[in-house]
Design a protein around this ligand. Structure first.
Ligand code: T4K
Length: 407
C-alpha cells in the first residue's frame, strides 16, 4: 500500500503506470484476420454500398441478437435519427418522446434533430436506468414513444416499460449502444421493444471504427430503414422516401466482423476483471461497485463505481484527478445530465435529482482484455490510498467551485 499522500503521483510520487490504462481502448480482434479481410475488400474492388462484408456483418449481429433484421448504419446516432424519423412520419411538431436524463447526448439529439421534443425522465437511484414510474407520470396526449437506454450493459426494466407502452399505445425503442452481448433474462438485447440500436463505435465492446445498427423483428420497419439509409432508394431502385447516406463501409464491416469474433473472450475477461475489481475495492468507504448481478447478462464493458464524497472524503472529480496523474484514465459517465446541456435548459430549469446526483458520482475504470490482475490490484491500491487521505487530498488539490463534499 502506498502509505503516504506523497506517494500519489498528484503530489509528486511516481505514477503507478508508465503507459496509460484507459477506458474505451478498442477491441480490434485478430490483426491478421482483419488484414486478410481488408485484402479481400481491396480485391473485391467493392468498398461501400451494401457490399458482401456488410451483409455478413449484419447476418452475424442478427444471429447474436436473435432478430430477423439488422440494418447496419454508419453510426448509432444516425440509426437513432432514422428510427425517430420513422416516428415523426405522420406526427405533428411538438410530439414528445420520453428519454432518460442520464444518457449520452445522441439519444436526445436524435429526437430534437427530427423535430420532436425530448422529455427527460429521472432514473433509478441505484442503476441509473430510466424509471418506469416516472415515465408513466410524464405521458401526455403528445407522447409518441419511449426510448430506454441500457446503460453500462444493464438492461432496462423491459416488462414494465412494455406494459406502459402498450397501455398508452406508444412505440418502445431501446438505445442499446453499450449493450451488445447482454441479455434480459434469456432474451438477448436486440430483440426488446419495437426496435433497438447498437453502436459499433471504436470505444464499444465490438467496434467497426464507426458504426451502428437498428435491429428489429418488424419487417416493414426494417425495409423502410434500409431504404432511408440509402437516400430513400427502395427495392425497385426508385426513391420511395426522403433518405440519407447512412451506409456502413466495407472497411468498417471488416473491422466489425473481426472485433465480433472476439466478443465471447472479451466478455469472459471483462467478467473476471469485474470480480477482481470488486475484491480490490472492498471496504473502501464511499466507493461502491455498481452491482451487475441478477437474471440479466451484462457484457461488463464498463466497470462502474459510485463515489459518495461525504463517505469517501473526496469528490469523484478529485479522485479522477488522482487517477489521471497515475496514468489511469478513468472517465465520468456522464459528464452532464441532459437537462443541463445548453440546448435543453428549460425555463424554469428541470430538476431531476437522482440523475443529477448519480452524474456527479459515477466513474468508469479501465477494463477489457488489455487490463490484467496486477493492473486492477494497483488501481485498487491507488483508490484505497486516495480515500484513506481523502480530506487531505481534497484540501491540497486546488478545488474547482463545483467540487465539494456535500453528498
Ligand atoms: N447512445 C449511447 C447511450 C451512447 O453511449 C452513444 C455513444 C451513442 C448513443 C452514439 O453512438 P455512436 O453514434 O458514437 O455510434 C465516446 C464515443 O464517441 C461514443 O460513441 C460513446 N457513446 C460515448 C459513451 O463515448 P467520448 O466523447 O467519451 O469519447 P473520447 O474521445 O473521450 O474517448 C473515450 C475513451 O476512449 C478515452 O479514454 C480514449 C479512448 N479511445 C477513444 C477512441 C475514439 C481510444 O482508446 N481509442 C479510440 O479510437 O465519446
Amino acid at each position: 500500500m502506498r502509505d503516504s499522500i506523497q506517494q500519489l503521483a498528484l503530489f509528486g510520487g511516481r505514477p503507478a503506470f508508465s503507459e496509460n490504462r484507459r477506458v474505451g481502448r478498442p477491441n480490434t480482434g485478430d490483426r491478421e484476420r482483419f488484414l486478410e479481410r481488408m485484402n479481400q475488400v481491396l480485391d473485391n474492388e467493392w468498398l461501400s454500398n451494401m457490399g458482401p462484408m456488410m451483409y455478413e456483418f449484419e447476418a452475424r449481429v442478427a444471429e447474436l441478437a436473435q432478430v430477423r433484421h439488422c440494418v447496419s448504419l454508419c453510426n448509432a446516432t444516425v440509426a437513432l435519427q432514422l428510427l425517430v424519423g420513422d416516428l415523426a412520419t405522420g406526427g405533428a411538431p411538438g410530439d414528445e418522446v420520453i428519454v432518460p436524463s442520464l444518457t449520452f447526448p445522441a439519444t436526445a439529439h436524435a429526437v430534437k434533430w427530427r423535430g420532436l421534443t425530448p422529455v427527460f425522465c429521472d432514473v433509478d437511484p441505484v442503476t441509473g436506468l430510466i424509471d418506469p414510474e416516472q415515465v408513466e407520470a410524464l405521458i401526455t396526449d403528445r407522447t409518441r414513444a419511449i426510448i430506454g437506454v441500457h446503460l453500462w450493459g444493464q438492461v432496462c426494466d423491459v416488462a414494465r416499460l412494455e406494459k406502459i407502452a402498450e397501455s398508452y399505445g406508444l412505440r418502445l425503442y431501446f438505445d442499446a449502444a453499450p449493450a451488445l452481448g447482454c441479455s434480459y433474462g434469456d432474451v438477448p438485447v436486440g430483440g426488446l421493444g419495437h426496435a433497438e440500436v447498437f453502436s459499433f463505435h471504436a470505444t464499444k465492446i465490438v467496434n467497426s471504427f464507426e458504426g451502428g445498427a437498428i435491429v428489429t423483428d418488424d419487417d416493414a420497419l426494417a425495409e423502410r430503414m434500409r431504404a432511408e439509409r440509402n437516400f430513400g432508394f427502395g427495392k425497385d431502385g426508385t426513391v420511395q422516401a426522403v433518405g440519407t447516406n447512412g451506409k456502413l463501409s466495407e472497411a468498417a464491416a471488416a473491422m466489425g466482423l473481426t472485433s465480433l469474433e472476439g466478443l465471447d473472450a472479451t466478455i469472459a475477461r471483462n467478467r473476471t476483471n469485474y470480480e477482481q475489481y470488486r475484491s480490490a475495492l472492498t471496504g473502501i468507504p464511499g466507493v461502491t461497485v455498481l452491482e451487475f448481478e441478477g437474471p440479466n447478462r451484462n457484457n461488463h464493458h464498463y466497470m462502474m463505481v459510485n463515489v459518495v464524497a461525504g463517505a469517501a472524503g473526496l469528490h469523484r472529480d478529485v479522485l479522477l484527478d488522482v487517477l489521471r496523474a497515475e496514468n489511469i484514465l478513468a472517465q465520468p459517465y456522464f459528464s452532464q445530465v441532459m437537462q443541463q446541456m445548453t440546448p435543453y435548459i428549460g425555463a424554469p430549469p428541470v430538476r431531476l435529482p437522482r440523475s443529477e446526483e448519480l452524474c456527479g458520482q459515477l466513474l468508469a475504470l479501465p477494463t477489457g482484455p488489455q487490463v490484467d490482475t496486477d493492473d486492477i490490484l494497483l488501481i485498487g491500491e491507488v483508490i484505497r490510498t486516495a480515500v484513506a487521505y481523502g480530506h487531505e487530498v481534497t484540501a491540497r488539490r486546488r478545488l474547482r467551485p463545483a467540487v465539494g463534499l456535500a453528498t
